[in-house]
Design a protein around this ligand. Structure first.
Ligand SMILES: CC(C)(COP(=O)(O)OP(=O)(O)OC[C@H]1O[C@@H](n2cnc3c(N)ncnc32)[C@H](O)[C@@H]1OP(=O)(O)O)[C@@H](O)C(=O)NCCC(=O)NCCS
Length: 359
C-alpha cells in the first residue's frame, strides 16, 4: 500500500534522497495534490487508490530510467517527519539524441508551498548543471509540463528562468460513448467534399498502413506541418532538429505498425499515428489509446481527410481493445481543436510547457 508512512532521517530544510522510491509520497496532503493534478481524468469509474497505485508505479519507472530525485524534509511535531515536497528529473534519451542537446525532463514538482517549490527548482537546476559539468557537457535543456491550474508552480518556474513555450490541451473520450460520425467505418469519396475539378470522380481516398516507400512522402508532409508545436515555436531550437524529431517519431510508429496513411490516387496525402498505453492496460485491465501525430498535406486541407484519418485510427485502436482515447494539441492549433471537438471529444486537461537552458 503506497499511502503508508516511511521512516526518513530528519534533515530540516535540507536536500535528501530517500533510499526507497516508496518514501516519495508520504502524507495525505501530498497524495491529494498528486491525484488532483495528475490523475488521468478521462478514466471514469476508476477508483482513486488504483490511480494512486498507477502513479506510484510510474514514479518508480522514472527512477528506474535513471531519474535523480531530491526531497526536502522537515520535522513535523515531536518525532514525526513529513516530506514537504519533491522534484523529479531524468535525462531524456530520445529528445537528447534527436535535438542533439542534453535534455532533462521534470515530470513532477510537488511542494507544500511556494517557498518549498522554489527551493526544489533552484536546487534541481544546480544539481543537473553539476552533473552535466562533470560529464563535460556544456548546455542542458530543462523541460517540464505543469497543469495550467497549478499557477503557483508556473509562477515559481517563471521566476526562476523558465520560459513558457506552449499550452497543451488534451482531449479524451470513452470510445463507446462517442457518437462517431457516419464516415466511421466507411470509405468516403474525397471528391464529394471537394471543389469540382480537384479530384477525378472515380478515385477514392484510401486509408491503410504505409509501405516503406511511403515514408518519403510522409516525411515531406510532416516537415511542413506541426507549426504550433513546442519544437517549432522555440526560437532556440533549429527547424532541422524539430523536423528530425517528428521524422523519428513517425519512423518508430511505422516500425511498430501504428501508422496509417491516406492515399489519393495512390499518393500519400496525410497520416495518423496512434498507440496503446501498455502501462495503463496492465493496471486497469483495459487499453487506453492515444493519437500521436496527425497531418494532411497542405493542398488537401479542409477536405475531411483529417477526420477520416482520425476515425480510422479510432477503429485500429478499438480493434486492439482500447476503451478510452486521448489526443493532445496546442491551444493555438484551432484546426486540430475544432477537429477533435467536431468528433465529440471533450477537453480533459490543459498544461503549460516550459523550458530553461542551463549554460
Ligand atoms: C488538423 C488537421 C489534421 C485537420 O485535417 P483536415 O483534413 O484539414 O480537416 P478536416 O477537413 O477533416 O476537418 C475536420 C474538422 O476539423 C476542423 N477544421 C479543419 N480545418 C480547419 C480550419 N482551417 N479552421 C478551423 N477548423 C478546421 C473543422 O471542425 C472540421 O469540421 P467541419 O469541416 O465539419 O467544420 C490539419 O489541419 C493538419 O494537418 N494540420 C497540421 C498538422 C497538425 O497540426 N496536426 C495536429 C496536431 S498533431
Amino acid at each position: 500500500m503506497w499511502l503508508g508512512k516511511f521512516g526518513m532521517t530528519k534533515i530540516p530544510n535540507e536536500w535528501s534522497a530517500p533510499t526507497k522510491p516508496s518514501a516519495w509520497v508520504s502524507g495525505t496532503s501530498q497524495v491529494e495534490r498528486v491525484l488532483n493534478f495528475y490523475k488521468p481524468v478521462f478514466l471514469t469509474g476508476v477508483d482513486k487508490i488504483k490511480v494512486g497505485d498507477y502513479l506510484m508505479n510510474k514514479i518508480q519507472g522514472w527512477i528506474r530510467d535513471g531519474g535523480i530525485m531530491k526531497t526536502i524534509t522537515c520535522g513535523v511535531g515531536k518525532s514525526k517527519e513529513e516530506i514537504i515536497g519533491f522534484i523529479l528529473s531524468y535525462p531524456d534519451k530520445f529528445d537528447t539524441k534527436e535535438l542533439k542537446v542534453s535534455v532533462w525532463k521534470i515530470p513532477l514538482i510537488i511542494g507544500r508551498d511556494e517557498a518549498v517549490k522554489k527551493k526544489l527548482v533552484q536546487s534541481l537546476s544546480w544539481a543537473v548543471r553539476l552533473k552535466q559539468k562533470s560529464a563535460k557537457k556544456k548546455e542542458v535543456y530543462l523541460f517540464t509540463r505543469i497543469p495550467s491550474k497549478d499557477q503557483e508552480t508556473i509562477e515559481v518556474l517563471l521566476e526562476n528562468g523558465f520560459i513558457p513555450i506552449e499550452t497543451l490541451v488534451t482531449f479524451g473520450a470513452a470510445i463507446d460513448e462517442v457518437n462517431w460520425p457516419s464516415l466511421y467505418g466507411s470509405r468516403q469519396l474525397v471528391s464529394e467534399s471537394c471543389p469540382e475539378g480537384h479530384f477525378p470522380n472515380n478515385l477514392r481516398l484510401e486509408i491503410s498502413p504505409p509501405s516503406f516507400s511511403d515514408l518519403k512522402s510522409i516525411f515531406r508532409i510532416s516537415d511542413e506541418s506541426f507549426s504550433h508545436s513546442r519544437f517549432r515555436n522555440d526560437p532556440t531550437l533549429s527547424l532541422r532538429s524539430a523536423r528530425r524529431i517528428y521524422r523519428s517519431w513517425l519512423r518508430t510508429s511505422f516500425e511498430k505498425k501504428r501508422l496509417l496513411v491516406a492515399r489519393f490516387s495512390g499518393v500519400p496525402i496525410g497520416f495518423v499515428s496512434w498507440d496503446i498505453d501498455e502501462g495503463l492496460k496492465s493496471f486497469f485491465g483495459f487499453a487506453v489509446g492515444s493519437i500521436g501525430l496527425i497531418a494532411v498535406a497542405r493542398e488537401f486541407l479542409g477536405r475531411k481527410v483529417g477526420k477520416q484519418l482520425f476515425l480510422s485510427a479510432v477503429r485500429a485502436m478499438k480493434d486492439k481493445g482500447a476503451k478510452y482515447l486521448t489526443v493532445g494539441t496546442q491551444l493555438s492549433n484551432q484546426s486540430a481543436i475544432n477537429l477533435y471537438k467536431s468528433l465529440g471529444l471533450k477537453e480533459k486537461k490543459s498544461e503549460v510547457s516550459l523550458r530553461k537552458w542551463l549554460r
